[in-house]
Each structure stands twice: as structure tokens, then as C-alpha cells.
Ligand binder design. Structure first.
Ligand code: AMP
Length: 434
């Protein structure tokens, strides 16, 4: 399957070639024909699958063909609206639209909160065909009369599950009331709990659905592993890993903003240059940090889940889950940051005793056991039969490696060597001196 097979028009084909895309990803191959036929779409897919191009390409193509058939006179009117939960993601989507529309006359702009509105209103005044927005700023500028949604023909709600998590449901309802009923609607979410299905029914007309299962997206591309380590030892393990093998770009996930800042300070003490990105940082600071990370000035970025939504770094080779997420889907989102559509990557997780239930939930969701990486100096012993009891730190990690059997009914496996081949497949965590 090629983009030519999907009947993409020459100017967009040329732009895709310039981006280095040789063939459509599964979500693109499935969604583009549906969208070019003008149908509504319910897409169950996570970031990293090529979902942005899956909706941007057909929307651009439809607008392009409309322009060819009936060239517009007068000021541009907003024809496509993409609503997305975070500023980073909005910026990312805007960049993708710009790249794919490079050889057309279609213009986009991006609006989001946390910055002054002057530049955004100026861009809107000049006229755009495609608007990418976060909900709050969008409603604000609509109220001020800078934006009219009267001419919207394409409405895309991206990352709907995060939109609800972030409390945007009322804003979304307000928006839907302002968009013409006659439109093509696209609804994307990585997960489909009942609240999301209900919301999708409010937005979509007659629709077709496309599901790219998270386990497909992750298991196939991302090499994964888990370190059993106590909470206090996580710091040492992180420094150990980062010192052992300098890595181009590492994204470390922390569950909290406070935790993210603590990790940065701790790394800085160990002379490892790191920056944090989270909601307490100003938009300017977040963008600067992202830029430094993308151009390699900073190799280690510590992020909270929400702030990481829009991070799109092609060469991101390693994701570290410093804390395991308590929602399994979040794990899939996180590891989707590496192993992007065209690349493969590695995702390593630090798991303390308290987090073992989260690990079990994650493994259930992705339908595979994470290989245990035992070759590191901070292995935390764990006896399944008395899960609250922490063993003291092993003197020799090789002899004390934890074993998957201890979790699968073996009743603990303290002190036994791990001969089941569950070694680091990533090359991390190998003790230099052993
Ligand atoms: P997304 O899921 O939209 O965040 O896309 C993930 C990454 O895949 C982005 O860096 C895109 O530039 C890239 N990408 C999207 N479609 C393709 C494709 N057909 N071939 C190669 N890379 C792609």
C-alpha cells in the first residue's frame, strides 16, 4: 500500500515524500479512504501511530479539492477545526498541517492559552483555513469575536479521553453547539470508556470506526523491560543507567510535578543535565525546554503525563517510567513516545513493591509480560507470599535477581539465580564490574 494507492493528490504526495514518509501507517491506510469518502470517523488510537497524518491528510485533500472546484473569493473562512487538550499537542498538530500543506495554498494557525493572545488574533485576522485549538482559548477568542465557527465543514476532536480527564467536557459541549450540523466529524481517543462513547455519539453522525490496538502499536515496536527497585533506590538506578550508557534523548516520566522537579535536582547534583516539563512551568519555559531537548542541548527530559502529550521527537530512543502509572492506558501512551511510526525504541520501567499491582494491570492490557531486568545493583527482593515485606538490599544483584516465577504462583524465589533468560534485551543495566 502506498499513498498513491490511497489517491492522495500530487501536492500532498510531494509534501509526504519531503517528510520522508514512504508508506501509510495502519491507521492511515484504514482511515484515509473513509475520510475521503466524506464519512464520519471514530478512531481508537494512541499518539505515535501516525494518527495526526491520518486525519490531516484527508482533511487537507478535501479542502484542496473544494478550492480547485470553487475558488473562494474574499477572506478565508475557517473550514476545519481541530480541538486538542494540550498546547504542546496543538503546536505539534499545527506543524504537521503546515508540513503536509506545504505545496498547497491552505493555511493553518494554532491557538492555546497561557500566552498573550496578540499574535494569535493577528494570525486569525489574516485568515486561515484550518484552526488547531485548545478548548479554553478557543471559547475565549470566540466570545471576543475573533473566531466564527459558522463555516466549519470538518471538526476533529483529538485525544478525547484526555479532554475529559482534564475537565473539558463543558467546553466541548459549548463548542458542539456552535458548529454547523452539516459537517464531517472525526473523533479520536486512545481509550473508549462509556463516557467517551457517549460523547462520541453527540458528535458523530453516521460513522465508521478504526481501531489500532495499543498492544499492536507498542508490542511491535517498543522494546520493554522492568526493573524491580525500591522507591529510595530509584534515584540511584536512574543515575546508574544514565551514566552507564550516554543516550541521545531520554524522556523520564514522573507521576507528579513535584517529583519531576526533584528528579531534575537530583540529576543535576550528579552532573547530569536535565530539565523538567510540567504544568507549573510557563508556556515559554516549556517551549524553550522542548526546543533544547529536540536540538540535543538537553538529553534528559523529565515530564508529567499531561505535559508530555505533545512531545514529538523522532530520535527519542528511550522512555523511562520512573513511576509506574496507575492507569494502564497511560503506560501505553508513555511508551508510544518512543518507537514512533518509523522508528523503534526502548521503554524501561522502575517498579517498587507498591507498584506491582499497576504492573500486573499493564501486562494484562498489553497482553505480555514485561521482561525483568535483573542485572543492576539495586534489585529489590520481593516475596509474593508476603507482599508488604521488603527484603534488604541484595549484596550481589546477579545472585538475587528476582524471577518472574515469584509472581506466577511460585511463592517467592528469594536468592535463586535467574536462569530463565529474562535478561535485559536493551543492553541497559549490565554491571560493568561483574
Ligand atoms: P502521531 O501518531 O500523529 O503523533 O505520529 C507519530 C510520528 O510518526 C510523527 O513523528 C510523524 O511525523 C510520523 N509519521 C506519521 N505518518 C508516518 C508515515 N506514514 N511514515 C513515517 N512516519 C510517519
Amino acid at each position: 500500500m502506498t499513498f498513491e494507492d490511497l489517491r492522495i493528490v500530487p501536492p500532498i504526495l510531494k509534501a509526504l515524500a519531503a517528510q520522508g514518509y514512504t508508506k501509510p501507517t495502519p491507521i492511515q491506510a484504514q482511515s484515509i479512504p473513509i475520510l475521503l469518502r466524506g464519512k464520519d470517523l471514530l478512531g481508537c488510537a494512541q499518539t505515535g501511530t501516525g494518527k495526526t497524518a491520518a486525519f490531516s491528510i484527508p482533511v487537507l485533500q478535501n479542502i484542496y479539492l473544494d478550492q480547485q472546484n470553487a475558488p473562494q473569493k474574499g477572506a478565508r473562512k475557517i473550514k476545519a477545526l481541530i480541538v486538542t487538550p494540550t498546547r504542546e499537542l496543538a503546536i505539534q498538530i499545527g506543524e504537521n498541517f503546515t508540513a503536509y500543506a506545504r505545496y498547497t495554498n491552505i493555511r493553518n494557525t494554532v491557538i492555546f492559552g497561557g500566552v498573550k493572545q496578540g499574535n494569535q488574533t493577528q494570525a486569525l485576522r489574516k485568515g486561515v483555513d484550518v484552526l488547531v485549538a485548545t478548548p479554553g482559548r478557543l471559547l475565549d477568542l470566540m466570545q471576543q469575536g475573533f473566531i466564527s465557527l459558522k463555516h466549519i465543514e470538518y471538526f476533529i476532536l483529538d485525544e478525547a479521553d484526555h479532554m475529559l480527564d482534564m475537565g473539558f467536557i463543558h467546553d466541548i459541549r459549548k463548542l458542539i453547539a456552535k458548529i454547523p450540523e452539516k459537517r464531517q466529524s472525526l473523533f479520536f481517543s486512545a481509550t473508549m470508556p462509556p463516557s467517551i462513547i457517549t460523547l462520541s455519539q453527540k458528535i458523530l453522525g453516521e460513522y465508521e470506526s478504526v481501531t489500532i490496538k495499543p498492544e499492536q502499536a507498542t508490542a511491535e515496536r517498543v522494546e520493554q523491560g522492568v526493573f524491580f527497585v525500591s522507591k529510595p533506590d530509584k534515584r540511584k538506578l536512574l543515575v546508574h543507567l544514565l551514566n552507564e550508557k550516554p543516550i541521545q534523548s531520554v524522556l523520564v516520566f514522573s507521576r507528579t510535578k513535584f517529583g519531576a522537579d526533584k528528579i531534575v535536582k537530583m540529576l543535576q547534583k550528579s552532573k547530569i543535565k536535565a530539565e523538567a516539563i510540567h504544568g507549573n512551568k510557563s508556556q515559554g519555559a516549556r517551549q524553550r525546554t522542548l526546543k533544547d531537548f529536540k536540538n540535543g542541548k538537553v538529553n534528559v527530559l523529565i515530564a508529567t503525563d499531561i505535559a508530555a502529550r505533545g512531545i514529538d521527537v523522532d530520535e527519542l530512543s528511550l522512555v523511562i517510567n520512573y513511576d509506574l502509572p496507575n492507569v494502564s492506558e497511560t503506560y501505553v501512551h508513555r511508551i508510544g513516545r518512543t518507537g514512533r511510526a518509523s522508528a523503534s525504541g526502548t521503554a524501561l520501567s522502575f517498579c517498587d513493591i507498591e507498584e506491582r499491582p499497576y504492573l500486573r494491570d499493564i501486562e494484562k492490557l498489553i497482553k505480555q509480560s514485561l521482561p525483568i531486568i535483573g542485572d543492576h545493583p539495586f534489585v529489590q527482593e520481593y516475596d509474593e507470599s508476603s507482599p508488604r515485606k521488603k527484603a534488604s538490599k541484595p549484596q550481589n544483584s546477579r545472585n538475587n535477581r528476582n524471577n518472574r516465577n515469584s509472581r506466577s504462583g511460585g511463592g517467592g524465589n528469594k536468592g535463586k539465580g535467574n536462569s530463565n533468560g529474562r535478561k535485559s534485551r536493551s543492553g541497559f543495566g549490565k554491571k560493568k564490574s561483574s
